[in-house]
Design a protein around this ligand. Structure first.
Ligand code: MG
Length: 176
């Protein structure tokens, strides 16, 4: 039986773009750990992600340094339900890994996915992360979607993920 694929979603630079946005973006005040953050969110992103998950049978997961705060401040304005969170405390990087120039999040992601197929939407994923993940024997199939931090998540990004998930050779998994 094929394992359920995961859709890992970053916040800053993906759902909260750095560039000036027109259209459906709104500014929200978020308070985490006593600090006020202003984020700009587009509810269409929530619709795209929910539809992608529904159409592909994948599970949405937060992969962001917002950690649990994403469920408090980011998900609700986007119409997203409470989602599982990959723990990634910046102050306590995991001991394993390193050496490919991967970003600090990537070993956390590798540990969390535990061999399940995944798509990862992040503005900072690079070839170094790709290389790191390919060298982890406990990591299975994956697609890194590097989102433009300035523009944020685009329809093309979502469609790439949908095509990859739709094309995965599900029947072959588990036979080899
Ligand atoms: Mg980011």
């Amino acid at each position: 039986m094929a394992e359920q694929p995961l859709l890992l979603v970053d916040v800053d630079g993906v759902l909260n773009p750095t560039g000036r946005q027109r259209g459906d973006f709104r500014t929200y005040d978020c308070v985490t750990s006593g600090t006020l953050y202003k984020v700009r969110l587009n509810r269409t992103h929530g619709t795209w992600l929910l539809t992608l998950a529904q159409n592909t049978g994948a599970a949405l997961i937060w992969a962001t340094t917002w950690e649990d705060a994403a469920n408090d401040w980011i998900g609700p304005p986007l119409g997203l339900p409470t989602l599982p969170v990959i723990p990634m405390p910046p102050s306590a990087p995991p001991a394993r890994g390193r050496g490919f120039g991967e970003m600090f999040k990537t070993p956390y992601v590798a540990d969390y996915v535990a061999g399940r197929p995944f798509v990862w939407f992040d503005d900072a994923v690079s070839e170094a992360d790709e290389e790191y993940l390919r060298h982890r024997s406990d990591v299975g199939e994956f697609l890194l979607v590097q989102v433009s931090a300035e523009r944020g998540l685009t329809r093309d990004d979502v469609d790439r993920a949908g095509a990859w998930l739709g094309d995965r050779p599900r029947e072959r998994r588990g036979s080899g």
